[in-house]
Design a protein around this ligand. Structure first.
Ligand code: FAD
Ligand code: SF4
Ligand code: SF4
Length: 380
């Protein structure tokens, strides 16, 4: 077995409409079956389903953006294993999401906020909402006397059952988050990633496709097929629908509720001024630049993996949505440049891929960075 570390798969290699392998910077890797396990909103999966739209899920895929910190606290062995999940605050009734907090050991608390990317308000800054969530007394109680020591951000697929694509394609299989395999009601995907990886390996050995029955935890998604889509109508309706789905084992609400398109759903910015990025307010309430320091970014001078496709579209976006990339990026990559332009600080990128989904004009050409650059998460 060859393990190619530090390599990025840049593109699929095609033999007609069949995947024949992947191209890296300097190598061509051919295989009878290529398994895409690249996480949420992967570029190779995007390429695959663009070529084979018939294999997409019946609903649009939709995502949440999770921001997370690890906080070092004074020793508190009695709290180890304590879990706190919150819902709603401070997102308001139109945005799906919530917080999580785990005492992972006696001196570390992992905590974060995940919010759905189908939010409509272009003024939203996920990082500022994360800070607001951390200021809640319920959260503060768990991290008193501590200091943030690590920060990160990542997408989570939220579409659920009706958004699942076909896991099998000519010459390829798609597993884990790349296939949208997350139980969003439970915010759990690791079990599905592992089960689908095992199912793919078994299928290859068998010489057949991945079968749904080979992924036992799919039953959880099947039980709540409309869970996430029901929140399109706001939190109260969504919660009522979720309760109904749970009680009736997925029979109600019946049919298939559509998801909102996370890219095109932004409202006009109106007169509201975009909120400015706020500065640090103590070791537990860090501004974005300080949080970024805690991602332990590995950078290279020539790591320019982000480009604006059409500057004219940015000018339109400034007028329509007040350049939402300057707020939604959880790593301060996009800043307002001279005139109505966007200045890019690619070296800040934590590779969450949010910008590949939320730029309303699909105007950001983001490529998976090479040479192992990016965040170096050590505790999470
Ligand atoms: C905030 C948050 C909290 C979560 N909490 C939980 C939890 O408590 N329990 C749980 O079960 N799940 C949780 N999840 C979900 C869980 O993290 C995922 O479901 C799981 O990690 C998916 O595994 P994966 O292998 O499919 O994808 P990933 O873990 O994303 O792995 C994909 C890998 O592929 C690499 N890659 C991508 N593109 C390329 C390329 N072109 N070339 C080479 N390499 C590439 C990426 O760098 C990455 O290392 C959480 C998710 C979030 C965002
Ligand atoms: S990059 Fe996208 S989100 Fe940012 S200003 Fe340009 S069009 Fe708008
Ligand atoms: S540039 Fe894009 S991928 Fe990188 S951190 Fe910002 S939103 Fe995420």
């Amino acid at each position: 077995m060859d393990v190619l570390t530090g390599q990025t798969a840049d593109a699929l290699i095609w033999n007609g409409d069949r995947v024949a392998g992947v191209a890296t910077h300097d190598e061509t890797v051919l295989a009878p079956v290529t398994v895409l396990a690249e996480g949420p909103a992967g570029l190779l999966s995007r390429e695959l389903y663009a070529r084979h739209p018939e294999l997409r899920g019946r609903n649009l895929q939709t995502h949440g953006l999770g921001l997370k910190e690890v906080v070092e606290i004074p020793p508190n062995p009695a709290a180890v294993g304590t879990v706190l999940h919150t819902f709603g605050h401070p997102l308001g009734s139109g945005v799906y999401g919530g917080g999580f907090l785990y005492h992972v050991d006696a001196t570390h608390v992992a905590l974060g906020l995940a919010l759905a990317l189908d939010y409509r308000d272009p003024g939203i800054s996920p990082h500022e909402l994360f800070r607001r969530w951390k200021r809640h007394p319920l959260v503060q109680r768990h991290v008193a006397g501590g200091r943030a020591v690590e920060y990160g951000a990542r997408l989570v697929p939220e579409g659920g059952w009706h958004s699942l694509p076909n896991f099998n394609a000519p010459g390829a299989m798609v597993i884990g988050d790349a296939a949208g395999l997350v139980d969003v009601m439970e915010l759990k995907g690791l079990h599905l990633a592992i089960e689908s990886g095992v199912a793919a390996a078994d299928a290859i050995l068998r010489g057949g496709p991945i079968r749904s029955d080979d992924i036992p935890s799919l039953a959880g998604l099947r039980r709540t097929p409309n869970y996430r889509a029901a929140f399109r109508a706001g939190l109260p309706v969504g919660m009522a629908a979720a309760g109904l789905a749970w009680l009736t084992r997925g029979l109600l609400p019946a049919g298939r509720l559509a998801q909102r398109d996370e890219r095109t759903c932004l409202n006009p910015a109106g007169q509201a001024a975009p909120p400015a990025a706020a500065a640090d307010q103590g070791p537990l309430d860090l501004g974005l630049d300080s949080d970024l320091f805690l991602t332990h970014l590995r950078t290279r001078v020539a790591s320019e993996h982000i480009e604006i496709r059409d500057p004219a579209k940015c000018r339109e976006c400034f007028r329509l949505h007040a350049a939402p990339c300057t707020r939604f990026c959880p790593a301060n990559v996009y800043a307002i440049g001279v005139g109505e332009t966007i200045a890019i600080r690619a070296e800040n990128c934590v590779q969450c891929r949010c910008c590949t989904l939320k730029c309303p004009f699909d105007n950001i050409d983001w490529q998976t960075p090479r040479h192992g650059v990016g965040p170096d998460y050590r505790l999470s």
